[in-house]
Design a binder for this molecule. Structure first.
Ligand code: ZN
Length: 125
C-alpha cells in the first residue's frame, strides 16, 4: 500500500485517495482543434520514473493534490497542493475564472473520480 503525504492532512494510506490521472496534461483552449482534444482526452504516455499525478483525498480533506510517484518503483516522492500561492483566485475542480492554470498540467480533472461509497451501515436496520 502506498503512503501519500497529503500537504493538508499529512501522510495517509492510499485507500483514502482516488487516482485522478496524469497531472502533466494541459487542457486545450476553447476552440482548439479536435486533434488537440483527442490528444488531451485519450492519449497517455507510459513514463518510467517520477511522474506527476492527480489524486483526490476523498477520505480526508476532500482536496485534489499533485503526487509525484515513481512509476517503476511506486515510491511516492512528494506531493503538493493543487493550488498554491501562484494560483490566486483559482479553485480545484473548476476555476473561479473558468480558465485553466497556465502552469504545467492545468487544473485538476474537471470530472472528479467519484469516491468509493463508505457506508457504515448507520441508520440501517
Ligand atoms: Zn488531505
Amino acid at each position: 500500500m502506498l503512503l501519500i503525504p497529503c500537504p493538508h492532512c499529512g501522510e495517509r494510506a492510499q485507500v483514502e485517495f482516488a487516482y485522478g490521472g496524469d497531472a502533466t496534461k494541459r487542457r486545450p483552449a476553447d476552440g482548439a482543434p479536435d486533434e488537440a482534444w483527442y490528444e488531451y482526452v485519450y492519449l497517455r504516455g507510459n513514463p518510467r520514473g517520477p511522474h506527476r499525478e492527480w489524486w483526490l483525498h476523498h477520505g480526508g480533506c476532500g482536496r485534489w493534490i499533485r503526487v509525484i510517484r515513481d512509476t517503476a518503483t511506486h515510491a511516492v516522492l512528494g506531493a503538493e497542493p493543487a493550488i498554491d500561492s501562484r494560483d490566486s483566485g483559482v479553485v480545484p475542480g473548476g476555476s473561479a475564472s473558468g480558465e485553466p492554470r497556465e502552469e504545467e498540467g492545468g487544473g485538476p480533472p474537471a470530472a472528479p473520480v467519484p469516491p468509493p461509497r463508505r457506508d457504515t451501515g448507520a441508520g440501517e436496520g
